[in-house]
Design a protein around this ligand. Sequence first.
Ligand SMILES: Nc1ncnc2c1ncn2[C@@H]1O[C@H](COP(=O)(O)OP(=O)(O)OP(=O)(O)O)[C@@H](O)[C@H]1O
Length: 505
Amino acid sequence: MGTTLVSWLGRTDLRAVAESHQVGLGPVAQALQTGRFDRLELLCDYGQDEVACYLAWIHDQFEAPVTPHHITLDSPTDFGAIYRHARQVVADTVESQQEGDNLAFHLSPGTPAMAAVWIILAKTRFPAELIESSIPGGVRTASIPFDIAADFLPDLLNHPDRELERLTAGLPPAAPEFSAIIHQSPAMQRAIARARRAAPRSIPVLIEGESGTGKELLARAIHQASPRRNRSFVTVNCGAIAPDLVESELFGHEKGAFTGAAARRAGYFEAAHTGTLFLDEIGELPKPAQVKLLRALQEGEVIRVGATSATSVDVRILAATNRTLVEEVAGGRFREDLFYRLAVAVIRLPPLREREGDTGLLLDRLLDQVNCESETEPGYTPKKLSVGARRLLIEHPWPGNVREMQNTLRRAAVWTPGPVVDTEDARDALLPRPRSKEGIEQDPILGQDIVQGVDLKAIIDRVERHYLERAIEVTAGNKSRAATLLGLGNATTLTNWLKKHGVQT
Ligand SMILES: Nc1ncnc2c1ncn2[C@@H]1O[C@H](COP(=O)(O)OP(=O)(O)OP(=O)(O)O)[C@@H](O)[C@H]1O
């Protein structure tokens, strides 16, 4: 019997070769030093030379055999690629193990996305011990206080059809709650199949997708298909609440808790008791409120602002974001522990441009809906699209997704007097694109008043510095990967940019 440790090679491990006086042994060698692991499978996303140096260094110190796996990731936060490589290495390892052998995954080296994948694998297909290490804490088993179900992993795999078959197998034939979601593309079928599987269970669901892709519509369908369907469905737009009011809105407040708190008031959590709470724009939640939200989810209770005791709540959480939350975690803007708590089931709604075959279907069905909505209006004639109008609308890129399409058709129906929306009517309905103009006006970079004069150099400096810092942060200081992320030719070019802006690595 023996234990195999599987781990990514991290930046600190590589630094340990030359700078162990500063960084210690690094998490991988620290784990080997315990003598608990008989073999090491090492996933390496660094240059061959750096890795060879590290392997020689490790070989000099420890007897355990080390098998390197050279892997090229386009991005260290690419969840899908990380998942596929890690799963392959683990599957091969398990196959070569003897009966009774054990498996451990190391959470500490690498990016948060890599750690997340180890947790997912250990909690689902390949039960394994999860370890973590640090200089002050030594090597210890990480206790992960929640379960992640295999069915509800993020859409990590690139085998759509097999995945779709697996997801739809055993689903009830009809799911009327989801019928309002017009779709036929395989990408949407996959998303809906996941939602149908997740719906009956009280697990949290995180819905990711661009604005107007139907996240709220899907959240309502999940609630409708759940045992809580006859209870309340409470929607909160986390981005629309003033930061200093978030806690009292979510958790309620006592009379006199702050200026303006004239009466005791229950928050959204209590309003959703026994039902579903839909936290829209969850990525906008300020960090202090994230701490409180995590506590509420873990404890199943909330404390009103100004109260001394807690109130129990039984709430199913559905959350939505138009950001990629794991990247927000990697960038330090969203708490990792809260992410794991919310991301038990992750469903990504693709933008319209990735929904093959959906545009035409949506145009027809949404126009039918517009006709239905308007049929009682005096003098309204139901509309149809001319061939040219249909072609024009099918070719439109729909940056605002289904919402933009819906509004365009509503406008076309208002402005077209007769029964046929022709190409010109459709073009007119598309033309007023107030959202993009407003978007630019509100954009701190692009929306400055040129008439007042703008400091172009300062703006460009700010953008450069911002992205340099983020690239260094998500790659944990790996310059060649940071250069790739930024589209710069090589690490030397990046180094020059870093020097110019005084960005520390
Ligand atoms: N597949 C669909 N079939 C029918 N209607 C849809 C579909 N997707 C979205 N809609 C409609 O488009 C509009 C926008 O959808 P919804 O509000 O759910 O999007 P969202 O992703 O939550 O947007 P935001 O991120 O801006 O809040 C709604 O009126 C919704 O009913």
